[in-house]
Write a protein that binds this ligand. Structure first.
Ligand SMILES: Cc1ncc(COP(=O)(O)O)c(C=O)c1O
Length: 408
């Protein structure tokens, strides 16, 4: 395991806010000094465009930009760097997959199998894909616990032409890790593809796209220590080859002609029209190096330990309802009984504790867990058990009167 106190010193946000307890890393993580320095260094010493300049700085930055594809491929164990497409974030990756999949592979009556656990960014693009292709959206039934039920999932393939399964690897509200290897195997057994929303998984668990045998994986840099505005779409090379870009423009074409014909560059460049988020790519590369140095097995184990510790303490309180007993990925979701989640968060804020409340963009999850508004405390490598103890002491003493007072 790693030394958390040492890690904390790498994060300027922690050093600059010694009294803040930040439990909102599932929304966005803090960034270590090495990532911030990489972005600053780009602007102060290496500011240029890539693949367009005939001078040394541009050559050097272009190489670092291209090499980061290899870093990302290594991190998720893609077969080749060409399977890594730079995007603007998980949302843009998920849209690229859905739009293209609808165009190339979906026909009227085909089934898109997803779930009510889904974040808006993973399900709305599929709603649109269904609208465009005449495909039908179906939901994998989930028990009230929010745990994935493999048997119920496999039943969804009976007498249905499921073409694509779209599911998250980790729920952004419940922090459960879904059994992706089995989910993918079942999808493939029935001739379906699988597109995985990895926004909450890639930052927290060791990812191996070959071992999982998944077709697409979408994730964002800003949730895994990297800068915002840059994300990744992993796609099996042969599938990316069959897909069209969503955006057209400079950088992604080899030639175009007056008769409107376009010769695109190869995969993945054909998907990357326009000047990309260069400093974001370089920063993401640094973030991955930081995580690799800690070891993703350690990161995963630490997230599990923190969530387990937090939940075990909450379970001893009689004024709290926990919604994700046994969660594995650093997320704890609960309510203080009789208090509206946002009012409780207002009080926590006054005590220097940052959490998120509401439905966390998973606006159908209430169909499963039976509640629409929850408090989500999400943790990462720089959080400590001491912070959890301090938060639990606050929760224990939280009353409606205190919450009302903190608003007035
Ligand atoms: C599960 C899940 N999917 C997708 C997204 C969208 O990520 P982004 O806003 O970085 O595009 C999020 C963001 O919270 C998420 O938690």
């Amino acid at each position: 395991m790693f030394d958390v106190e040492k890690i904390r010193k790498d994060f300027p946000m922690i050093m600059n806010h010694p009294d803040l307890i930040y439990f909102d890393s599932a929304a966005t993580s803090f960034k270590p000094r090495s990532v911030i320095d990489t972005v600053i260094d780009y602007y102060e010493h290496n500011n240029c465009n890539i693949h367009r300049g005939d001078y040394d700085i541009s050559f050097a930055v272009s190489k670092r930009y291209d090499d980061t594809r290899k870093t990302i491929a290594r991190f998720i164990n893609a077969k080749r760097p060409e399977e890594i497409v730079y995007t603007y974030g998980a949302t843009s990756s998920l849209n690229i997959v859905a739009i293209n999949f609808a165009k190339k592979f979906l026909n009227k009556g085909d089934v898109i199998l997803t779930s009510e656990v889904e974040h808006a960014s993973d399900v709305l693009p599929w709603f649109k894909a269904a609208e465009q292709s005449g495909a039908i959206i179906k939901y994998v039934p989930f028990p009230k616990s929010g745990r994935f039920d493999l048997e119920a999932y496999e039943k969804c393939f009976e007498n249905e032409n499921v073409k694509i399964v779209a599911l998250p690897h980790v729920s952004n509200v419940l922090g459960f890790i879904y059994p992706m290897k089995q989910i993918a195997a079942i999808a493939h057994k029935h001739g379906a593809y699988i597109a995985v929303d990895g926004a909450q998984a890639v930052p927290h668990i060791k990812m191996d796209v070959q071992d999982l045998d998944i077709d697409f994986l979408s994730f964002s840099s800003h949730k895994m220590l990297g800068p915002a505005g840059i994300g990744v779409l992993y796609g099996r090379y042969e599938l990316l080859e069959q897909m069209d870009p969503v955006f057209y423009g400079g950088g992604s074409n080899a030639r175009f002609y007056p008769d409107c014909s376009i010769i695109l560059k190869n995969t993945p460049e054909k998907f990357e029209a326009g000047t990309p988020d260069i400093e974001g790519v370089l920063g993401l590369g640094k973030a991955i190096e930081y995580l690799e140095e800690l070891g993703m097995d350690n990161v995963e184990e630490y997230g599990k330990q923190l969530a387990g510790y937090f939940i075990s303490k909450l379970e001893k309180l009689d004024n709290v309802t926990v919604y994700n007993h046994g969660a594995e990925a650093g997320i704890v979701t609960f309510n203080v009984n009789g208090i509206f989640a946002q009012d409780a968060a207002g009080y926590f804020n006054k005590q220097g504790i940052a959490v998120r409340t509401g439905n966390h963009c998973a606006k159908m999850l209430d169909q499963i867990i039976g509640v629409n508004e929850t408090i989500r405390a999400s943790m990462y490598i720089y959080n400590t058990k001491d912070e959890i103890d301090r938060f639990v002491d606050v929760i224990k003493e939280t009353t409606l009167e205190k919450c009302v007072d903190s608003i007035l």
